[in-house]
Design a protein around this ligand. Structure first.
Ligand code: SF4
Ligand code: SF4
Length: 471
């Protein structure tokens, strides 16, 4: 590794003494920043509203890990549906991998909640209170006078309030928005443990956005760490066109009426705007780096400079290494085709399983340790436990269980009406009685239909035990 690669030995946010170097990025402006703002408005509205939207009475998105209840796009998933959840997660991972192989860390710059909150919410508040890069640096160097105390206190209070709001929304995803609203109306004194949890979440969000910031993307995020294995020379990333920027003689400050081309200098006028605007404190001209979150701020900054000196835009742009080196256009590589094929297959499997998934799930199991009981008239009885799981928001009444492929009886132990509550379960004990002549051996498979108000809502199978030799 030559001297040119020295920058990879350290990260821009840590000084040589190992201390944190605070980044004061210049406020971005330009075409990409404008579009990113639009995307972020949409995503912020979606993120804040998703737990409060209901589909058929189900919260649109719910991740209640404690009670193991999950709703995705209004579909409730129970622990019994865990396989669907796993497939969805695998699809998500393959999708992200495919996307990363093709378009690098585009997700980080445009969609990741960390970047959206950091760059589009907290950073903009900071610009509004403390001003742009130069003013922020001056304020930081200032002693603690009235101005600094006022600005910093205002910023930190607003950051805390927003962190508290985010923590509430986060809680709505975890425990459900209805319960959150109930807790809020009943007051924290009645739900002390949840309130303490809420304050811990608030503290974590505050720490991340007020202090830890870009370190999340550089140090903590596992997705960022994966870039090294997912990216190749064909991946499109935010890249500096070093061929054009450096030419034969390298970069040079701009001088009016100088014929840079003849002198052999590149189009980079070494204005450092791309560096000053970078929220992770790197110099993209050094090449693709682990720290780059593809936020496009340097594209906008450089385009603006290029325009001002009358050079073509795009010195920093979305491009692959091959595009810059060999002027090759984007191609759908074999690796991308492989990932795409896996993605299509998995998505097909998931859709099929979603259609096959029933609203009510029945499980009827023989009571462990119990054999069979001979009754009068050659009737044989087995005892079972049953569990009926209702994944919908409607209640099922007058539940009856009937044998579908045998003549015989099913009797609940209880004599009260069996009801399966909405998004709940009903469980108990029952007996199945079959005539000895209908048995097909020691173990007979019986099919059971679950009826509500006379309508078949689910079917299941179980084993029925009889004597070993019975004829
Ligand atoms: S190098 Fe450019 S795209 Fe990458 S993080 Fe910095 S400003 Fe954003
Ligand atoms: S903004 Fe463009 S011209 Fe200025 S230093 Fe960066 S790459 Fe060079």
């Amino acid at each position: 590794m030559g001297d040119k690669e020295n920058f990879r030995d350290s990260i821009g946010t840590i000084s040589e003494e190992g201390k944190r170097q605070w980044i004061f990025p210049k406020k971005p402006a330009g075409k990409f920043y404008k579009y990113r703002k639009y995307v972020s408005y949409f995503l912020l509205v979606a993120l804040f509203s998703a737990p409060f939207i209901k589909v058929n009475g189900n919260q649109f998105l719910l991740f209640n890990v404690l009670e193991r209840k999950f709703n995705i796009f209004g579909f409730p998933f129970w622990p019994q549906d865990f396989y669907l959840f796993v497939i969805s997660m695998i699809i998500g991972i393959v999708f992200v991998a495919l996307f990363t192989v093709a378009f690098g860390r585009i997700f980080c710059g445009w969609i990741c909640p960390q970047t959206i909150f950091m760059e589009m919410v907290f950073r903009r508040i900071e610009y509004a209170i403390e001003g742009d890069r130069g003013k922020q640096i001056r304020l930081d160097k200032m002693s603690w006078n009235a101005e600094k105390i006022r600005k910093r206190a205002l910023k930190w209070v607003i950051f805390f309030i927003i962190s508290f709001l985010i923590a509430n929304v986060f809680l709505a995803y975890l425990i459900g928005s209805d319960r959150l609203i109930l807790y809020v109306t009943e007051g924290p004194q009645n739900h002390v443990s949840t309130f303490i949890g809420l304050l811990i979440f608030t503290g974590v969000f505050y720490f991340v956005f007020a202090w830890f910031r870009e370190q999340v993307c550089i140090i903590a995020c596992p997705y960022g760490r994966l870039q090294g294995v997912l990216l190749d020379t064909k991946s499109i990333v935010v890249a500096y066109d070093h061929k054009r920027g450096e030419a034969e003689q390298g970069r040079k400050k701009f001088r009016k009426n100088e014929d840079r081309k003849t002198l052999g200098f590149g189009d980079c006028i070494d204005c450092m705007q791309c560096v000053h605007v970078c929220p992770t404190g790197i110099d993209i001209r050094n090449g693709t780096q682990l720290e780059c979150v593809n936020c496009t701020a340097c594209i906008d900054a450089c385009d603006d400079i290029m325009e001002s000196v009358n050079y073509p835009k795009g010195l920093i742009r979305y491009a692959s290494e091959e595009n810059i080196e060999k002027k090759k256009q984007f191609e759908f590589t074999a690796r991308m085709k492989g990932y795409a094929a896996v993605l299509v297959i998995l998505t097909g499997v998931l859709i099929g399983m979603l259609f096959l998934r029933s609203d009510v799930e029945a499980v009827v199991l023989r009571l462990p340790g119990q054999l069979y009981e001979m009754k009068d008239d050659n009737m044989i009885s087995n005892v079972y436990t049953y569990k009926l799981i209702n994944k919908t928001t409607k209640e099922y009444h007058n539940i009856e269980l009937k044998l579908l492929n045998h003549n015989g009886n099913i009797n609940f132990v209880t004599h009260v009406e069996v009801v399966v509550p909405a998004q709940g379960l009903s469980e108990g004990t029952l007996f199945i009685e079959l005539h000895q002549a209908t048995l097909k051996g020691h173990k007979t498979k019986v099919e059971i239909g679950v009826y509500s108000n006379g309508e078949l809502i689910e079917s299941t199978t179980t084993n029925f035990l009889g004597p070993r030799s019975f004829r």
